[in-house]
Design a protein. Structure first.
Length: 163
């Protein structure tokens, strides 16, 4: 897994055509915002306002406006409000003696955002949510991490959407 310092700007390593996928872009921005909140040890309002004002940086110095602002805000605020509950779900879904805190921050926040959406956005089919977060995972990771994210989100989908 890659490591990131507090001062790193988190940008995807792999280019994927997501510029026309506004909801995917909002989800990616939410993961980046959650990462920033975690490392700055701040509340979501400052970071949300920064992203809504400045947009998301995908390539060198190129800022993209977030068009799906409601989705972006809902994910960031929702994860922030339920972070302990979501982390307990991740811990329960992990096989072995590993907790959510052991994952790299970007991966942890990808899982948090995906689980929050499975909890809060029942109108969006589980496969859509899982695929969106797998696409985001593939922007940052190429090895085993996408398989881990897929496994945890699939388990949570079954648990949260049994009806």
């Amino acid at each position: 897994m890659a490591t990131h310092s507090k001062n790193d700007e988190i940008k995807p390593k792999k280019k994927v055509d997501i510029l026309s996928r506004f909801r995917t872009l909002a989800r990616l921005a939410s993961v980046q915002a959650l990462y920033q909140i975690e490392f700055m040890k701040t509340g979501p309002i400052i970071v949300i306002n920064q992203y809504l004002r400045d947009g998301i940086c995908l390539e060198e110095e190129k800022m993209i406006a977030i068009k799906e602002t409601k989705l972006f805000k809902a994910i960031v605020e929702g994860v922030f409000a339920r972070i302990q509950e979501i982390d307990q779900m991740i811990d329960a879904a992990i096989e072995g003696d590993v907790s959510a805190s052991r994952f790299e921050p970007i991966m942890r926040n990808i899982m948090r955002a995906g689980i929050f959406e499975l909890m809060a956005h029942a109108d969006v089919p589980s496969p859509v949510i899982i695929n969106e977060y797998l696409d985001i995972t593939h922007l940052f990771y190429q090895e085993t991490e996408p398989k881990i994210v897929n496994g945890i989100l699939n388990k949570m989908s079954v648990v949260l959407r049994q009806s």
